[in-house]
Design a protein around this ligand. Structure first.
Ligand SMILES: [Zn+2]
Length: 249
């Protein structure tokens, strides 16, 4: 009784492998129980100020610098979600690790090798993995704000799993992750942990335009993330109004 929405598809977390060429393509879930091959480096706890040494479009950022900045963003995300969970009486378990990779298949999620040009959260092993060369390329193209968006979005998928959030459609999961990434950044800007340089908001807009779905892709298709407009709207809803706007329940 009371099943409203007709046919239920398996939730997006059940066996979903999504690779989007330009996007923060995501794997919302592992295909089965699997473990990544090796523990990746993960450190945390350093404060970052993306405005401090703003990098834009000039290709000066090295892979090593990017990895460092990414670790900083991870540390900020851990603190952010730890605080939010604590505020609602829960304990937050940080995502186990963050693994940069350079080759296709170098890292596996649930038995599936990860393709290049992607960033994912893998629920099977509770880790985030990203193609470091692809990410650095996007970083150079869009700007340093992109890194915080990318990490914020993938981290949000790990939070969704911790909260037991499962939607019927990929797009709902993805737009919520965009909203949560916006809240993570906006709240950290409001608290003074992050300082945005002039132009960073434009970088977010630019980056979100680049990761929108093809307009011809049906919204209900497995793998849909949302149009550029939808993703931009979700991100800024979270950015401006914090997590209350993201429907976490
Ligand atoms: Zn995603």
């Amino acid at each position: 009784m009371g099943e409203k929405a007709g046919r239920r598809r398996p939730g997006p977390l059940a066996g979903l492998l999504v690779a989007v060429v330009v996007a923060a393509g995501c794997m919302g879930g592992g295909l089965d129980q699997g473990e990544p091959e090796q523990p990746g480096p993960r450190d945390s706890g350093r404060a970052a100020s993306p405005g401090a040494d703003s990098t834009r479009a000039d290709g000066t950022t090295s892979v090593a610098e990017f990895k460092q900045d990414f670790s900083d963003a991870v540390g900020i995300a851990e603190r952010y979600w730890t605080d939010r969970f604590r505020a609602s009486g829960k304990q937050f378990q940080p995502i186990r690790r963050v693994v940069p990779y350079t080759r296709s298949g170098e890292v596996s999620c649930g038995g599936e090798g990860l393709p290049r040009n992607n960033a994912v959260y893998c629920s099977a092993g509770d880790f985030i993995a990203y193609d470091v060369n692809w990410s650095v390329g996007a970083f150079r193209q869009v700007g340093d704000a992109f890194l915080f968006y990318l990490l914020g979005h993938e981290y949000a998928h790990g939070v969704q799993v911790r909260l037991g959030i499962r939607y019927n459609y990929t797009i709902q999961q993805e737009l919520q992750a965009d909203c949560m990434a916006g809240a993570y950044i906006g709240d950290n800007v409001r608290s003074g942990t992050l300082t945005l340089a002039e132009g960073d908001l434009d970088e977010f807009r630019e980056g979100l335009l680049a990761v929108g779905d093809d307009p011809n892709q049906p919204w209900f298709a497995e793998g849909s993330h949302g149009t550029a407009e939808q993703r931009t709207e979700s991100f800024f809803r979270g950015y401006e109004n914090s997590l209350d706007a993201c429907g976490l329940g």
